[in-house]
Design a protein around this ligand. Structure first.
Ligand SMILES: [Zn+2]
Length: 296
């Protein structure tokens, strides 16, 4: 704890999160235009989708007729055309199946929302989220967790608050980049590369060990206070989320009193989707995901 605090003061803005560097429009709530993927009541106002879809179909059909069979990945072309204009779109990742057997053995094959990702249970490098929901601000999460995330954000805003998602799914490469950046920062004071890596790992998860790579975690801040430090817990948004997140299947994943078990310092902004049932029990009992899974 003291180590965390000390390092924390040296790095008031941990680059575990990269929201500050992202060219986002902070003048408006970044998530205010999130929409549910099934717009059953959507009005027929200007909607470029049918036109784009039609255009894609025509182009695809033309390409199919003119081109050679087998030389065209028509599905991708049509998908790209249809995915153009809408703020929220579902990105299917073809052939994405979790690796069998190795890595994450304790949970593989079980409830997808209870996937354990930590220093002892890294994701395999070929892990892929089966399908994403991409949010308007460039963020994306596992499609299966999206409806509950949207409900939570909607409910929070309905109470007059301004929650803002500042981090979500990350690729392996992105995590590697963040980790390496932190290692480089630590190298100036560390005695060796190994020591620098160990220091960096306190604040930036090593590639494969971040829940963000599983597409099941989001970092949410209060629009009025976007620093990722302990002051975040005093914001109205965090108070609301800590009280209500479980109703929507999310848990505060890294509470300060569980750092020894999670291996991660206090993060009063990191919410992990585990499903409503597990979230209710975890938050009610005041335990962490590691403890919940151990109890089976
Ligand atoms: Zn996070």
């Amino acid at each position: 704890m003291s180590i965390h605090s000390c390092i924390f003061h040296d790095f008031p803005l941990p680059d575990r999160e990269y929201y500050a560097a992202a060219p986002m429009q902070w003048d408006e709530p970044a998530v205010s235009r999130l929409r549910r993927p099934a717009p059953s009541r959507r009005k027929p106002r200007r909607s470029p989708l049918p036109l784009l879809a039609l255009l894609g179909l025509v182009l695809f059909a033309g390409g199919f007729l003119l081109g050679r069979a087998g030389a065209v990945s028509g599905g991708e072309a049509a998908g790209a055309a249809a995915g153009g204009g809408e703020p929220v779109r579902i990105l299917a990742v073809p052939g994405a199946v979790r690796s069998e057997g190795e890595g994450n053995a304790p949970n593989s094959g079980e409830d997808w929302a209870l996937l354990l990702v930590n220093g002892d249970h890294p994701l395999p490098k070929d892990f892929q989220v089966p399908a994403f929901t991409q949010l308007v601000n460039g963020h994306s999460i596992d499609k299966r967790a999206y409806p509950d995330l949207q409900r939570m954000m909607d409910a929070c805003r309905a109470d007059g608050l301004q929650p803002t998602i500042c981090s979500s799914y990350r690729t392996w490469e992105k995590q590697e980049e963040l980790f390496e950046r932190k290692v480089q920062a630590c190298l100036s004071t560390a005695a060796s590369r190994q020591e620098a890596e160990e220091q960096a790992a306190l604040w930036v998860a090593r590639p494969g060990t971040s829940e963000h790579q599983a597409g099941l975690a989001v970092d949410i801040v209060d629009k009025s206070y976007q620093l990722l430090d302990e002051g975040q817990e005093d914001t109205a948004v965090q108070k609301w989320l800590m009280e209500h997140c479980a109703e929507y299947g999310f848990i505060l994943r890294y509470p300060t009193e569980k750092s020894a078990l999670t291996g991660v310092g206090y993060e009063p902004w990191h919410y992990r989707y585990v499903g409503v049932e597990a979230a209710g029990e975890i938050m009610r009992l005041g335990i962490c995901l590691e403890e919940y899974l151990e109890e089976g």
